[in-house]
Design a protein around this ligand. Sequence first.
Ligand SMILES: Cc1ncc(COP(=O)(O)O)c(C=O)c1O
Length: 377
Amino acid sequence: MNAWLEVDISAIRRNVAAVRSLVGSRVQVMAIVKADGYGHGAVRAARAALTGGASSLGVANAAEGAELRAAGIDAPILVLGCGLPEQMPEVVARGLMQTLATEGVARALSQAATAARCEAGVHIKVDTGMGRLGVRPHEALAFARLVSNLPGLRIEGVFSHLATADHDDVTYAREQAARFEEVLTNFERAGVRTPLRHLANSAATIRFPEMRLDMVRTGLLTYGLNPLSSPLTEIELVTALTWKSRIACIKEVDAGERLGYAGLHVTERPTRIACVPVGYADGYPRALSNAGWVLVGGQRCAVVGAICMDQMLVDVGGVAAQPGDEVVLIGEQMGRRITANDLADAQGTVVHEVVARLGHRPPRIYLNEEPSPEATQ
Ligand SMILES: Cc1ncc(COP(=O)(O)O)c(C=O)c1O
């Protein structure tokens, strides 16, 4: 294997259990497993999250929900995206819950549900300041009334999403929460029942206990990834993902040699350059050309030159490395660590992007899975 991802299933279980005990028994946990479980593998992540105490799962679209159903997962699944009218028969056929924010999709789902002689659970989405999906706060009550009058639909929740939950300045997040509270009060006064009210993503779950409401929707925390820029003291997480490879070959180079596409790196001294068979097609960002590091022999070694589609070059001049030696791209080696957050910071992006873009090429190796019931018989 050129490179592989080790996913510690027990870490996902423990992280969800830790979120559960942080939020208390009156708050449900929806584990977000969209984008192939943040790159960890949606089906395994979903199963582990449910074992850890998640009540439901969140996916981006009906196809992601269908994948979980096909694997035999029968827990409640919410499609967080608004979907398209033509996708509603699949939502119904798979028994998914659908986010609603437009009349067209609401009517299409109602038709699909009545045609199938069943009821579809829905969550109404309110845009309190993200400017993305959701009905405007002042339109929310009228929309909820429309939805409750459509046959085949059952309102199970109402939610909104925060744009700045991880920012130092908490003003905007609090404004969004206040707008959401106002919507909820209007619903209550009008007698519109919405059993689950939810707002908090991982960052808000940690920082704003008052925003946990009836349920939190945690993605990053599920996988042991830190949603904030400072270390977390409120919860103990276990990183689920380790990304490894092996050195394919090593070359001695002189000072002044140009390396890789566009000769992006020029060696300053004689050194040894290792070729590692991981590139941007595996999900290692090209933006980390001349800017990333990997662990070899327990040392941080610089990525030099441009990241190629299938390979990268690493300066191993300071380490007694040999072809075949283990390379850690994310994870721990001999007490040293590189986190997905480190890679995100190094390229000025969010940690979500680092894991969500992990490619399909590196196989996932699942560690510490619970034996299946068949295996124990
Ligand atoms: C609607 C919604 N809720 C919750 C989440 C989870 O966010 P996080 O991974 O920051 O917890 C996401 C992720 O993007 C989302 O889109």
